[in-house]
Write a new protein. Structure first.
Length: 616
């Protein structure tokens, strides 16, 4: 006969709240624990599932007392009782103890390795943010700042200049800002400043991003920004132009979650720049920071309002989450160096208060332009105003398709340019540029308006109209999205290539690189799929001239303010929405919530009981 606990686990699995791995993990905890307790197995299963949903831990108070299945007498334990019973289990430890599960004083239950990643990352970031670096004698900071960051007319405070000052004084700098706020151009001038301040020995600098696409974009942006600066040759040469993925920088080991570079084998660097930091999950960020020498600088660039990483954690959001300005003492220090007081009302003295800088002026989107206005309304959660702006907008940047419109026909029109480029014999780089003029983004993979169905429908329409061949399994012009890392081929989840014939007519998949492109035989590709349509998550780190966002048939937990903002800000020139069932308002009102203790550890060190404000 099935036990009551087994029935509860099956009911939770039937509700989609658990999967097979979670159930097996619960049974494993029961087997290795000298004390058998149903509350342990339930907590272990839910903690395992929380990680697969992007959370770093299970917040027990969200689950305590909840009914299981339809039976009113089958409920999860009440909070106090649950915590007490878990603390009596040998496989559950309190920080800093070591056991398969860790329960902290804020009611957060972790798998041990995630608690260890979170603790190590928090300690490292707090250590890097503490104290100030000494200015070299005769550094001439003011003159160098005036040269690299000339005062912008009409701008009371130049936050790019402020970020540079922070980089001079601190070993950790976090620069957040929306698209077009100048994060990359700021970091190039910041690197020039730091190299000038370094004296005779140039700093060893590396540029990295979480995906190959993001690394290629970072490299192109760095090169463009460097070309606009007038620098002494030695300084110009000391700013690197090559960017790499974080996995390649750390030295991936096939079949292992560990890297060649770690705390015992650190990277030979004085400074590391990580772009698209919002895409970096907790485990990877912890490994990056651990592999960086303690005295090296770390500069994180990203948009805190974007979607969090696909894997567990929301590291950039947690780092920036409590920031309201610099501390009083740091404000005085900056005013003494620059003559400008950055904040009239300084923030509390907290570890990370003096290392975060938010860039606010967008050079790409006019504050009154369509995309800029809509992005601001979305971030402020003003759902009704955002919907009204889309419906009534006369801006060429914004549009909403009628509910009876055919989005597939619009997609076919959007992809004609790159297919024409192929027919006319354009080189792969021209084809890629044309392909990136338009993209279909979806919220979900499944469903009528999901990635799978949209890719099928677009492919079939293109074939029916004779715009692409019907040969299978691949066809000339087919865009392919890599869905699994292959370190040997240097292809990573999210990379996009296009199948094109080489000089001898053989079908090869071309992938853009920072220096051009490279070809890979389609038969060698790791797991992949057609990429006329892609999820919003997969689009992070990319930009397109025009974006069509497909909302799903019905409301879904993935629909959130952050998802809409991320899709919207992938568009350089125009954003179109297909929202047959009027779900935009629901999405903007819903915030993405990732449970972790990182924000508390960073902003309230030593107070494990402090909850994430978003959780409260």
């Amino acid at each position: 006969m099935m036990s009551r606990l087994s029935e509860q686990l099956l009911q939770l699995r039937g509700q989609g709240l658990l999967n097979d791995i979670d159930v097996h993990f619960a049974h494993l905890m029961d087997r290795i624990s000298p004390v058998s307790d149903d509350s342990l197995q339930l907590a272990a299963a839910l903690a395992s599932h929380a990680c697969s949903e992007g959370h770093v831990c299970l917040q027990l108070d969200e689950w305590a007392g909840r009914p299981v299945g339809g039976a009113s007498d089958a409920r999860l334990p009440e909070l106090n009782d649950w915590v007490s019973r878990l603390r009596g289990c040998p496989v559950v430890a309190e920080p800093p103890g070591q056991a398969p599960l860790v329960l902290d004083h804020g009611g957060r239950l972790y798998l041990y390795r995630y608690w260890r990643y979170e603790r190590a990352l928090a300690d490292a970031l707090v250590a890097r943010s503490t104290g100030e670096l000494a200015l070299p004698e005769g550094a001439g900071l003011g003159k160098a700042l005036d040269s690299l960051f000339p005062q912008m007319p009409g701008m009371a405070i130049d936050w790019q200049r402020m970020a540079a000052v922070v980089a001079v004084l601190k070993r950790l700098v976090v620069i957040t800002g929306g698209p077009g706020t100048g994060k990359t151009s700021t970091v190039v001038r910041m690197l020039a400043l730091l190299q000038q301040m370094a004296g005779q020995r140039p700093l060893a600098v590396a540029l990295a991003a979480p995906t190959g696409k993001a690394a290629a974009r970072l490299q192109a942006s760095i090169r463009q920004a460097k070309s606009l600066l007038s620098l002494p040759p030695a300084v110009q040469d000391s700013i690197p132009e090559q960017a790499t993925t974080l996995h390649r920088l750390l030295g991936s080991r096939p079949g292992s979650v560990y890297f060649r570079h770690d705390a015992e084998h650190p990277l030979p660097l004085d400074l590391l720049v990580v772009d698209e930091a919002s895409m970096v999950d907790l485990a990877l960020m912890a490994k990056v920071v651990a592999a960086l020498p303690p005295d090296a600088r770390l500069i994180l660039l990203g948009d805190r309002d974007q979607l969090a990483s696909v894997e567990a954690g929301s590291v950039l959001g947690d780092i920036c989450g409590e920031w309201q300005g610099f501390s009083r003492s740091f404000c005085r220090r900056i005013e003494a160096l620059t003559g400008v007081a950055p904040f009239s009302e300084p923030a509390d003295e907290r570890p990370l208060a003096d290392v975060v800088v938010a860039l606010q002026h967008s050079y790409r989107f006019d504050s009154q332009g369509g995309i800029g206005r809509l992005a601001r309304l979305v971030n402020q959660g003003m759902a009704d105003d955002a919907a009204a702006l889309l419906r009534a907008s006369e801006s060429p940047q914004l549009g909403q398709l009628d509910i009876d419109a055919d989005p597939v026909e619009l997609a076919v029109r959007g992809y004609r340019d790159y297919l024409r480029e192929i027919d006319e014999g354009g080189d792969p780089l021209q084809v890629f540029r044309a392909f990136d003029r338009f993209r279909v983004l979806c919220v979900l993979r499944g469903g009528v308006f999901g990635v799978e169905q949209m890719n099928r429908a677009i492919t079939q329409r293109l074939q029916r109209e004779g715009l692409v061949p019907t040969a299978q399994p691949w066809f000339t012009g087919q865009p392919l999205l890599i869905t699994r890392n292959d370190h040997g081929l240097r292809l990573y989840n999210g990379d996009i290539g296009i199948l094109l014939p080489d000089e001898s007519g053989r079908a090869q998949v071309c992938f853009p690189t920072a220096d051009g492109y490279r070809r890979v035989s389609p038969s060698r590709l790791p797991a992949h799929e057609t990429a006329f349509a892609m999820t919003v998550h997969k689009s992070q780190g990319s930009e397109f001239d025009q974006v069509l966002l497909m909302m799903p048939e019905s409301d879904a937990p993935l629909l959130s303010r952050e998802l809409v903002y991320t899709a919207l800000t992938r568009a350089r020139q125009a954003f179109l929405l297909f929202d047959r069932n009027r779900l935009l308002g629901n999405a903007i009102r819903r915030r993405t919530r990732r449970h972790s203790g990182l924000r508390s550890k960073l902003w309230y060190p030593g107070r494990e009981e402090v909850c994430d404000p978003d959780h409260r």
